[in-house]
Ligand binder design. Structure first.
Ligand SMILES: Nc1ncnc2c1ncn2[C@@H]1O[C@H](COP(=O)(O)OP(=O)(O)OP(=O)(O)O)[C@@H](O)[C@H]1O
Length: 251
C-alpha cells in the first residue's frame, strides 16, 4: 500500500536534514506503528507524506499503491486515499464541522468520479459514526475544533477518518491528550476500520494505545531513520527500558 524508499528530507528554510533515509513498506490490511524519541522525525514523516509546505525531499520516494505521492498536491494525495490525523488538530473558525466533513467527502467522491452524497444520507452517516465515537451532536454543529478539548479534537480527527474511509491512514500521536476511556473509543474506531484494503501507520509514544490497536509491526525511528523493526514485543521493550538499549545497539 505505502512504499517509502530512502526518503531524505530537509527543512526548506534552514537546510537542516531531518529524515535521513527512511525505508518503510506498509502492506494493505496491516497496522504498522512508529515509536521513537522526541525530535526523531516521526511527525515530519507524516507531514511530508501528506504534502505540508516547508519540507524539501532531497532523495528517495514514497508510493501509494504504486503512484508517486510526493509529486501530488495535498488534495490529490487525499483523493488517492491518504489521510493524516494530526498531532495538533487545527481550529477553523467560521467553518461548521458538518459542512467541513461533507465538503471534504464530496470533494473526494468527485475526484473519484462518484456522485455527491445527499444531505440526508450524509446526516445519517455522520450521526452513526459520531455515536460510535461518543461525539456529542453539539460538536458537529460547532466550527471545526473551535473550543473543543484536546481529547475532543482527537476524536474529531477519527470521526473525519471514519467518514472519509481512506486507504492509508496515518495517526500522529492521536493518543496524546486522551483519557483512558477516550483512548479505547479511538482504538475501537480504528479497529472498526481495519480491513484487507486499508493500512494504518500509527505514530505513538505509548504502549497502552497499542494494547488496544494491536499492530502487526513496530518500528523505532531514531535521528531520521528507522533503526529497528519487530513485532508488538518491541513496543513492550520500549515501555520497559526506554530507547537507551536500542540507541546503543545502532550507535
Ligand atoms: N518547521 C520546523 N522548523 C524547525 N525545526 C523543525 C521544523 N519541523 C521539524 N523540525 C525539527 O525536526 C526534528 C524532528 O521533528 P518531528 O516533529 O518530526 O519529531 P517527532 O519525532 O515527531 O517528535 P515528537 O515525538 O516530539 O513529536 C526536531 O528537531 C524539530 O525541532
Amino acid at each position: 500500500m505505502l512504499e517509502i524508499k530512502n526518503l531524505h528530507v530537509e527543512l526548506e528554510e534552514e537546510d537542516k536534514a531531518i529524515l535521513k533515509g527512511v525505508d518503510l513498506s506498509v502492506e494493505a490490511g496491516r497496522v504498522h506503528a512508529i515509536m521513537g524519541p522526541n525530535g526523531s522525525g516521526k511527525s515530519t514523516l507524516s507531514y511530508v507524506l501528506s504534502g505540508r509546505d516547508g519540507y524539501e525531499v532531497t532523495d528517495g520516494s514514497a508510493m501509494l499503491e504504486g503512484d508517486d505521492i510526493l509529486g501530488m498536491e495535498p488534495e490529490e494525495r487525499a483523493a488517492a486515499g491518504l489521510f493524516l490525523a494530526f498531532q495538533y488538530p487545527v481550529e477553523i473558525p467560521g467553518v461548521g464541522n458538518m459542512t467541513f466533513m461533507r465538503t471534504a467527502l464530496n470533494a473526494q467522491r468527485k475526484a473519484r468520479g462518484e456522485d455527491e452524497i445527499s444531505a440526508s444520507d450524509f446526516l445519517k452517516l455522520v450521526r452513526a459514526k459520531a455515536t460510535e465515537l461518543q461525539i456529542d451532536a453539539d460538536m458537529l454543529k460547532r466550527p471545526v475544533n473551535v473550543g473543543f478539548s484536546g481529547g475532543e479534537k482527537k476524536r474529531n480527527e477519527i470521526l473525519q477518518m471514519a467518514i472519509l474511509e481512506p486507504k492509508m491512514c496515518i495517526l500522529d500521536e492521536t493518543d496524546s491528550g486522551l483519557d483512558v476511556d477516550a483512548m479505547k473509543l479511538v482504538a475501537e474506531g480504528v479497529n472498526a476500520l481495519r480491513s484487507q484494503g486499508r493500512a494504518f501507520l500509527v505514530i505513538t509514544h505509548y504502549q497502552r494505545l497499542l494494547d488496544h490497536i494491536k499492530p502487526d509491526v513496530v518500528h523505532i525511528m531514531v535521528d531520521g531513520r528507522i533503526v529497528k523493526s519487530g513485532g508488538p514485543e518491541l513496543a513492550q521493550e520500549v515501555e520497559k527500558n526506554g530507547y537507551a538499549d536500542i540507541m546503543a545497539e545502532v550507535a
